[in-house]
Design a protein around this ligand. Structure first.
Ligand code: FMN
Length: 190
């Protein structure tokens, strides 16, 4: 079974991360899930989902929504420094941050590891694991672009949340899926 660390960070575009989670689970992946504190208001504001604020309630929410999927998802708390993703020998070999805030890109690009998620990025880079970030910002500042360049040079794939129109999408869901397809290709999953 493929194992993937998925981080949903606190920026607009959380529907990309939630759809990616569904798609990974549908194809039988094991997902180590980290939801950043700032992601919760975006999930509640931008999607039809209502994620609770507290970890145990969030775990129940994840179990209710994804407990019957083909793959297995395990949610880790935002202060869980001993979650698998924070150590090289236990981290999944593939990690994706979708969507990725400008703030989290800056932390990854500069080796800042003040939270378990930032540490997970540091681990993905030092272990040279498959590492994908999906920034959602427009326009990009010079700082964003420099941080993305640094990450790209360090082996990370930068997949901006700019969905394509080549397949003539008829709905926002199709646009989301087009972007998620790109991420799944970068993860080398069918
Ligand atoms: C209303 C609002 C919208 C935002 N939209 C974005 C965005 O589209 N992209 C982005 O990178 N950051 C955006 N931010 C900033 C992030 O939410 C902020 O940097 C946050 O600290 C990220 O936290 P995290 O990296 O720990 O998840 C937005 C903030 C607010 C308040």
């Amino acid at each position: 079974m493929e194992r993937v660390t998925l981080v949903i960070s606190g920026t607009s575009g959380v529907q990309y991360g939630l759809r990616l989670l569904e798609r990974l689970l549908a194809q039988g992946c094991n997902v180590d899930l980290l939801i950043e504190p700032q992601a919760e208001p975006f999930i509640n504001a931008e999607t039809d989902h209502h994620i609770p604020a507290y970890f145990q309630a969030q775990e129940d929410w994840v179990k209710r929504r994804y407990g019957f999927a083909k793959g297995i998802v395990k949610l880790y708390a935002q202060d869980d420094w001993f979650c698998p993703a924070t150590q090289g020998d236990t981290a999944a070999k593939k990690m994706v941050v979708c969507p990725a805030s400008g703030g989290i890109l800056a932390a990854f690009a500069h080796g800042i590891a003040h939270t378990p998620t930032e540490r997970a990025g540091e681990v993905a880079l030092k272990e040279k694991n498959t590492f994908i970030v999906v920034p959602r910002e427009s326009p990009y500042s010079t700082i964003h672009l420099e941080n993305m360049l640094a990450l790209s040079k360090a082996g990370c794939s930068v997949v901006p949340a700019s969905p394509s129109f080549q397949r003539c999408p008829h709905s926002a869901d199709e646009l989301v899926d087009n972007l998620v397809d790109k991420v799944i290709r970068q993860l080398n999953l069918s």
